[in-house]
Write a protein that binds this ligand. Structure first.
Ligand code: ARG
Ligand code: ZN
Length: 854
């Protein structure tokens, strides 16, 4: 691939419409591993006299022929330069014409998994964002939308593309997609695949054939994905009034895939780990994730495909909205309270981390070098949070009206964030000029809240500020919705949830007519993606943990108690026992959802403790943090041994395994108890559980306990024996060893794993399992001798030459480096500089590394 070509920075402000219209694309693809031929016919009409026709096309495309209305232009009129092919205006008619090209490509040699590639005998494509240019010469930009007719020639039994099937004969299949689409939604799959099939009848009576295509033998692992698809189709009709619009919907699972999944029109392609699941191979978390990603890709059919993005700066238009929709779906399918807490945890772990470091950027960036580096937590998860705030501000009815208007007004468009906000303004009458800063400004706002109590009146005062981020020093005030409720001294709610809207740097709100000073429950439901600072003592936090009626705020009170204990311990202090006492009371509440109790019982991770310390202006010491967390876990276990032991015994789930939310919740609480008990029982329970459990959730939890104790070898050998040929289980086998190793052993464990024959590092999942596993071992990755950084840098360099997207993405392991001590910073900088100095480093990794050492 040619991603090393220098390419200037792209700016949002430079957007210009394409000077042609494209009314039809016909592709004829003859597949062969080393010489696939792609014939393309584009039906074009110039919109501005005198425009050259400039098409995108990778330098590796072998141009075999090019004609304009059947004629070969004068060779001097066709110019190939870098990733571009230009047919000069002088060679083009002034009215409509057909450009026909034939190129040769080499899918077997495509290790970057972008464009058309071979993955274990299956031909497949990944075109978002700019992969189509590696298939043929084309206007590879999302605002050029047209219908596609595709002919696939190959002896492979299954030949798939977008839209509806037109014909199928041995060796050739034809597809037609009647819905105009940009080329990033093009897909083609060919291979020896089998389908799990079902059907769905839409609410207007259209019968849709559904297929989940997998490798022969994997059918029994595809049922859950199929059921998730059917639920998603129904939900989008019920909640958003959106119906599916083709005769077939195909999903294909492939083993080599850079990302999670891709919403190609009518032909979604998935990383196999997000499709295949059986009780003995997949955990409860895997099942939940499969259900949500199947939904996510399906929901893109309306939010992404029917309405797409004008340019890649608008990526959060489709991703933020589609994540928001998949979060709503999961809340409806499972527990809304638990889902919200999980989402906030993920947001803080990934997006706050990004926002607080050198890679901070707004949900809608205004410049980039490599768009693949912007498929980030900020674009996705913060993009979803911004929509959640919008909904809170305009209310459920306003949101429903705005969405109906969005679909009415923009169906078939390539739209912008401005279009999106205008729809809300027009539907609700609300001015969103200030709200728009959430899209254009990077950084996590910090809101300080203080209380004043006088004569039955409570005054809440707020001050907001946002720290500077790279390239943005000025951060004007934003609209911030803060949901607040009040609890009386006996724990009863004396004022239900009220949403306070901040719009100034400083603001106050009064609550009158109170007979006694209440306790404030603030930022209920995590009503805005901010950091709320308030002076709270542990006693008040314990009170909120015991009484708050809002599940998020309740969980948050416990989290704050835990973080207060952990940060005190990690900086050499003596932690009080408030957290230990409160958590004991909470988990003893038999009528409280076990999933909620599990979330509260799981201690914050070491990374989260480091983030908190950095936020408090201290330099996190990874070893001290590890020790503090281990000690606190041991103290909890000792203090509550009988209770934890009872929970562990009671939370077994009788009968055959089912991944439903209720059963999963019981297992979650059970393994949270196991994790703590493992600190004091020498791993006895974990050893037994690993041997008897029939499901992967409990086996993995048991294995983690054993690995932390250094007793994992027999269990690892057993898994290898049982699942050595199952790639997805082996990915877990790799990652858990790096992740759960005692920190001082982590790099050695990772290095030994990297030596194994089955460390098939060119497979993105396997690479991520090992390198991501090590990066998740906080004290191991941040070893003071720099060995974690050096090991990671070695592998990033190696991967970059093969698959730049994966190398660039994994480089974010380094993104927090500036917050550590001088010694670690020196090692990290050296590792990053070593990467930066590699000759021929990809644009992807170069951009990431240079932003991190800027
Ligand atoms: N649109 C896909 C999704 O979120 C992700 C594709 C990302 N691809 C990439 N090359 N960055 O569902
Ligand atoms: Zn998406």
């Amino acid at each position: 691939m040619s991603q090393t070509d220098p390419q200037p920075v792209q700016y949002l402000a430079d957007y210009r419409p394409w000077p042609f219209t494209l009314s039809e694309t016909r592709l004829d693809v003859t597949l062969a591993p080393r010489d696939t031929r792609v014939r393309a016919e584009l039906r074009l009409t110039p919109q501005q006299a005198g425009s050259d026709l400039v098409l995108d096309g990778g330098t590796e495309l072998r141009l075999i022929s090019l004609t304009v209305d059947g004629q070969q232009p004068d060779p001097s009129h066709v110019i190939r330069e870098g990733e571009r092919l230009t047919v000069v205006a002088a060679a083009l008619p002034q009215g409509p014409f057909t450009l026909a090209t034939e190129v040769g490509i080499d899918p077997a040699d495509n290790t970057a998994f972008e464009g058309l590639y071979l993955s274990n005998g299956i031909f497949c494509t990944q075109c978002e964002a700019e992969g189509f240019r590696h298939i043929t010469f084309y206007p590879d930009r999302p605002d050029v939308m047209t219908t596609f007719s595709v002919t696939i020639r190959s002896d492979l039994p299954v030949l798939l593309s977008n839209g509806n099937p037109v014909s199928k004969a041995p060796g050739v299949a034809e597809w037609h997609d009647p819905w105009p689409k940009p080329c990033y939604l093009f897909a083609l799959v060919a291979g020896d695949l089998v389908a799990v099939s079902d059907s769905f009848t839409t609410r207007s009576g259209r019968k849709v054939a559904l297929n989940v295509w997998v490798r022969p033998g994997d059918q029994h692992r595809a049922d859950f994905a199929m059921q998730s698809l059917i639920k998603s189709m129904k939900w989008d009709e019920d909640v958003y009034g959106r119906e599916y619009d083709l005769d077939v919907f195909n999903i294909v699972a492939v083993d080599d895939f850079n990302m999670g999944a891709m919403e190609n029109k009518g032909l979604n392609i998935f990383n196999s780990k997000l499709v295949l699941a059986s009780p003995e191979t997949a955990t409860d978390a895997d099942y939940e994730r499969i259900e949500s990603v199947i939904a996510h890709e399906y929901f893109h059919n309306w939010t992404g495909n029917r309405i797409t993005c004008r340019d890649w700066f608008q990526l959060c238009l489709k991703e933020g909205l589609t994540v928001f929709r998949d979060q709503q779906f999961t809340s409806d399918m499972r527990s809304a309270a638990v889902k919200r807490i999980e989402d906030v945890q993920a947001l803080r772990a990934r997006q706050f981390r990004e926002d607080q470091g050198p890679l901070a950027h707004p949900p809608r960036p205004d410049h980039y070098e490599e768009i693949n580096n912007f498929y980030t937590a900020t674009v996705y998860e913060k993009g979803a949070e911004v929509i959640g705030m919008l909904k809170r501000l305009v209310g459920n009815d306003g949101y429903a009206k705005a969405l109906d208007l969005y679909f009415d007004r923009h169906d078939g468009d390539a739209a912008t964030i401005e279009d999106w906000l205008k729809v809300f303004e027009d539907a609700t009458g609300r001015d969103l000029a200030q709200f728009k800063r959430w899209y254009t400004d990077a950084g996590t706002p910090v809101v300080e809240m203080s209380e004043d109590w006088q004569d039955g009146r409570l005054t809440l005062s707020f001050r907001q500020s946002t720290p500077p981020t790279p390239g943005q020093t000025e951060k004007p005030a934003r609209i911030i919705p803060i949901a607040v409720g009040l609890l009386g001294p006996n724990g009863d709610e004396v004022a239900g949830t009220r949403v306070l809207e901040l719009s100034e740097d400083s603001q106050s709100f009064d609550f009158d007519g109170l007979s006694a000073r209440p306790v404030v429950s603030a930022l209920r439901g995590f009503s805005a993606p901010i950091i709320l600072r308030r002076d709270l003592d542990d006693a008040t936090r314990a009170f909120l943990l015991a009484h708050d009626t809002d599940p998020f705020a309740r969980w948050e009170a416990g989290r704050e108690l835990a973080l207060s204990a952990l940060t005190t311990l990690a900086t050499g202090g003596e932690a009080g026992s408030s957290y230990i006492a409160s958590i004991g009371a909470l988990i003893a509440e038999d009528q409280t959802d076990p999933a909620f109790r599990a979330l509260s019982l799981n201690l914050p991770g070491e990374e989260e403790i480091a983030t908190r310390l950095a936020y408090l202006g201290q330099t996190p010491d990874p070893d001290a943090i590890h020790t503090a967390r281990t000690d606190l876990a041991r103290r909890i276990a000792s203090a509550h041994e009988p209770l934890l032991s009872r929970i562990y015994d009671e939370m077994t789930v009788p009968g055959a395994y089912s991944p439903d939310a209720v059963s999963a919740a019981r297992r979650a609480l059970r393994i949270a108890a196991l994790g703590l008990l493992g600190r004091i029982d020498g791993g006895e329970r974990a050893e037994v559980l690993f041997g008897v459990a029939g499901n992967m959730t409990e086996r993995m939890a048991a294995l983690a306990v054993l690995l932390r104790l250094g007793h994992g070898a027999p269990a690892l050998a057993a898994l290898l024996d049982e699942f050595g040929d199952n790639r997805l289980v082996m990915d877990k086998w790799f990652s858990i060893q790096a992740m759960a190793a005692p920190p001082q052993d982590a790099v050695a464990v990772a290095s030994a794993l990297a030596e194994r024959n089955d460390f098939d590092w060119k497979n993105p999942n396997r690479f991520r399992a090992l390198l991501g596993g090590l990066a998740a071992n906080h004290a191991g990755f941040h070893s003071v001798d720099g060995s974690g950084y050096a090991f990671t840098a070695d592998w990033l360099i190696r991967m970059d030459a093969v698959n730049p997207q994966i190398a660039a993405r994994m480089s974010t392991a380094f993104e927090t480096w500036p917050r550590y001590d001088e010694m670690r910073r020196a090692h990290a900088r050296a590792a990053l500089e070593r990467i930066a100095s590699v000759k021929g480093l990809s644009r992807n990794t170069r951009e990431m590394v240079s932003r991190m050492i800027a």
